[in-house]
Ligand binder design. Structure first.
Ligand code: FEO
Length: 446
């Protein structure tokens, strides 16, 4: 349901009028409202829908269109665009992000405005080709933009900021110099549908803003911090994201919130001088619990490693996700039940898509009755999450003996040595891991 005004009437109610909405002199919102959406990309709940924000900037020498909308909403987009510009006036189509919720109307816009020049980020060409799938040789042209590049509409200038991995490799922001407007793509966006459009007029969307960050931007915190270095020095009158409210009232609050959310994980870290190992376990008859305690004792014997032990039977998933994001290594202890690890282990392992795990160290151990599949299954899952598993899993049949508990202590100390560089595979969090980069499967474009 689209939110309706409860107090002062909005300046414009786009769902009712279908008109473009002027957000600054000669700058219009030409997007679409999707109030019925309840799930986005299968991972985000959208309790009051979302918006697909697109914009048009008019200058003395023509019009620039910035992003489009999801294909099903093309009619709204074109109707709003046509209310403020003719197609032959469009000189540029700027695409800050190529995900289909912002490029659904692109092929038709290119057909209607054949003289417009496409502007994409320098990491976007391969994705653009995958998106448009031109038959035979390329039948479209484009320019790539990098930080510092500009395009001119005569009396107006659009500059570009290269801000990759927010949240796809192709992402960039654009900046209207004269009006001090940042067109930020998904950055500073949220799934919140309210036809009053502006942050000083819509309902309370703070939860949606943080929720969106947690699910979309959080895995890419190092890239967020890189982008903030470009954004924070800019004079900002308004932030125009591709989803949710347009941020015209104190836009810097949202920039500051991104910095806070991107650095707040520091409070969980045990200190730069320590590496953090978290041991999770479940235990039906106490055997895997005894192994977990022995693993912890062995790991703690290695200087520079701080160990935390948690029984998954007594924990909530969300706080554990925060801990895991800040940890250097994880160990899971699970008995084998009916040829499988137990459900709380899978619940936690399936909740980690919002954090970057690449390069973290993983390990598995557990007691079993007769088959013991849980340990290798957990190891396979951790490898699938791009974690490294340098110490082979430890399995004990039924009740661990003193010798087997000694093996568990040795398992823990070898795990800790791998974390500190004292064992094999010393690089716990290097390269792309520290950047939080992820591989995007272009074939999965919807
Ligand atoms: Fe809103 Fe990443 O598309």
């Amino acid at each position: 349901m689209t939110m309706r005004p409860t107090g002062n009437m909005p300046e414009t109610a786009p769902t009712q009028s279908g008109d473009a909405v002027e957000i600054a002199d000669g700058v219009h919102w030409i997007g679409a409202l999707d109030s019925a959406l309840r799930s986005f990309d299968m991972i985000l709940r959208t309790a009051n829908g979302t918006t697909y924000n697109a914009y048009a900037v008019r200058g003395a020498h023509g019009v620039a269109v910035i992003d489009t909308v999801k294909a099903e909403f093309s009619g709204d987009f074109f109707r709003r665009l046509e209310s403020i510009a003719d197609y032959d006036e469009i000189r540029f189509i700027v695409l800050n992000h190529l995900e289909p919720d912002h490029t659904g109307a692109l092929p038709e816009l290119m057909r209607r405005a054949p003289n417009a020049r496409l502007i994409i980020s320098k990491r976007a060409p391969a994705m653009l080709k995958a998106l448009l799938k031109p038959p035979g040789d390329d039948n479209f042209d484009y320019d790539v933009a990098d930080t510092g590049d500009e395009i001119s509409l005569g009396d107006r200038t659009l500059g570009f900021l290269h801000t990759p991995f927010l949240h796809w490799p192709d992402t960039q922001c654009s900046y209207l110099v004269e009006e001090q407007i940042l067109f930020s793509g998904d950055v500073f966006g949220c799934h919140y549908c309210d036809d009053r459009l502006f942050n000083d007029r819509v309902g309370d969307f703070r939860f949606s803003f943080d929720y969106y960050y947690a699910h979309i931007m959080r895995p890419f915190k190092p890239h967020v911090l890189d982008a903030l270095k470009l954004i924070e020095p800019l004079p900002l009158k308004l932030i125009a994201p591709t989803h949710g409210p347009i941020l015209r009232d104190r836009p810097r609050r949202y920039v500051a919130r991104y910095r806070e959310l991107s650095t707040s994980g520091d409070c969980f870290e045990p200190g730069a001088e320590h590496r953090s190992l978290i041991v999770f376990y479940l235990s039906a008859y106490g055997s895997t619990a005894r192994m977990a305690e022995a693993v912890c004792a062995g790991a703690e014997s290695v200087p520079g490693v701080r160990v935390s032990l948690y029984d998954l039977e007594g924990g909530e998933i969300d706080p554990f996700v925060d801990l895991i994001e800040a940890a250097d290594a994880l160990a899971f202890g699970s008995p084998t039940v009916n040829g499988d690890a137990v459900k709380p282990v899978w619940d936690l392992l399936s909740s980690l898509a919002v954090v970057s795990l690449r390069g973290k160290i993983g390990a598995a151990f557990g007691s079993f009755g007769w088959s013991g599949e849980a340990v290798p299954m957990i190891e396979d899952r951790m490898r699938g999450l791009k974690m490294r598993v340098p110490v082979p899993g430890l399995r004990v049949k039924l009740i661990p003996t003193d010798d087997e508990l000694a093996q568990a202590r040795d398992f823990g100390s070898r795990l800790a040595l791998a974390m500190t560089g004292g064992g094999h595979s010393p690089d716990a969090r290097g390269g792309d891991a520290a950047r939080g980069e992820r591989v995007i499967d272009f074939a999965d474009l919807k």
